[in-house]
Design a protein around this ligand. Structure first.
Ligand SMILES: [Zn+2]
Ligand SMILES: [Zn+2]
Length: 305
């Protein structure tokens, strides 16, 4: 029986070299799974808890409805804003950059910290990222709700807050704020779709065009993450910030700093009983000193008599 990695070769188009490398079939960066493991993984995927599926459907549906309302409110305000409407373009660009940064930070945290059995976030958040390294093509088998459920849930609150704050005014600042929140939420929501398309063998022509023009994550840019030790190219919305984050090595440095702090924190905890013992020992010494101070004059007076 073919393994997942071997089977993924069948899905590679002649031009999909990056996808082939991402699947680990040529580089060997992905550990081959034993016979039957692929089928077992598929069964596991199908056995996702019902409550998790329901949660994903509810999150995605709620977000799409709220975003629709937010856009419907923004369009007339843009018309009234006139020249101020130009602000929407830089606001949207900033929002996509922010979403790319958030995708990189979340991806980095989920790849480098915690475990699949961590309470609450282990099954929902950590498992999909770790699974993706072992079986990069699994993401192409996931449906819209499973792909986008977590992200939709994450941005529900800002969109809800925007709607509760009232309709946008025709001023540049109000239009920029509404445009930013809407574009940011949509980019975060669509991040896993863009990630999936970077692995997919066949995509619609418009998706390929967006990838070629680097407006969304391209297979070539994302390939860097799946080569080596998964320590580069964490941003998976557009990948625009990957060169900056990789060149500055800000994430590996932050990881080293956090791990050193964690060790210091653990040492502090371990030293706590030692400190208690020291305090107790200090207390005994203080008591002995005070006793000496009391007893010494009495002894001296006894000797004198
Ligand atoms: Zn990763
Ligand atoms: Zn990937």
């Amino acid at each position: 029986m073919p393994t997942c990695a071997e089977r993924s070769e069948d899905w590679i188009s002649p031009g999909g070299d990056a996808n082939l490398r991402a699947s680990g079939a040529t580089t060997g960066s992905v550990t081959p799974e034993p016979d039957g493991a692929c089928a077992a993984r598929r069964v596991q995927e199908e056995q996702r808890p019902f409550w998790l599926k329901a949660f994903d459907v509810a999150s995605v549906s709620a977000l799409l409805v709220l975003l629709n309302v937010a856009v419907a409110r923004l369009v007339p305000a843009l018309g009234e804003g006139g020249a101020a409407a130009w602000i929407l373009l830089p606001a949207c660009a900033a929002a996509v950059l922010a979403a790319d940064l958030v995708s990189g930070l979340v991806h980095w945290i989920c790849d480098r910290f915690f475990a699949e059995d961590t309470p609450l976030i282990g099954r929902m958040l950590i498992h999909p990222f770790r699974e993706h390294h072992v079986d990069p093509m699994a993401i192409t088998r996931h449906g819209l709700f499973e792909l986008c459920g977590n992200n939709a849930l994450a941005v529900l609150l800002p969109v809800l807050a925007l709607l509760l704050a009232g309709p946008p005014r025709p001023s540049a600042s109000s239009l920029a704020l509404h445009g930013f929140v809407i574009a940011f939420s949509f980019a975060v929501f669509a991040t896993n779709l863009m990630h999936k398309w970077a692995h997919a063998v066949q995509c619609r022509a418009v998706v390929r065009w967006l990838q070629r023009t680097r407006l969304i994550l391209s297979p070539e840019v994302h390939d860097r993450h799946h080569r080596g030790d998964f320590s580069h190219g964490y941003c998976v919305t557009t990948g625009w910030l990957n060169p900056l984050l990789d060149a500055s090595r800000v994430l590996p440095r932050s990881e080293a700093w956090l791990r050193s702090r964690r060790r210091r924190f653990a040492r502090t905890l371990l030293m706590r009983p030692v400190r208690v013992r020291r305090i107790r020992a200090g207390g005994v010494r203080m008591r002995a000193r005070s006793e000496r101070r009391v007893l010494a004059p009495r002894l001296r007076s006894r000797r004198a008599s």
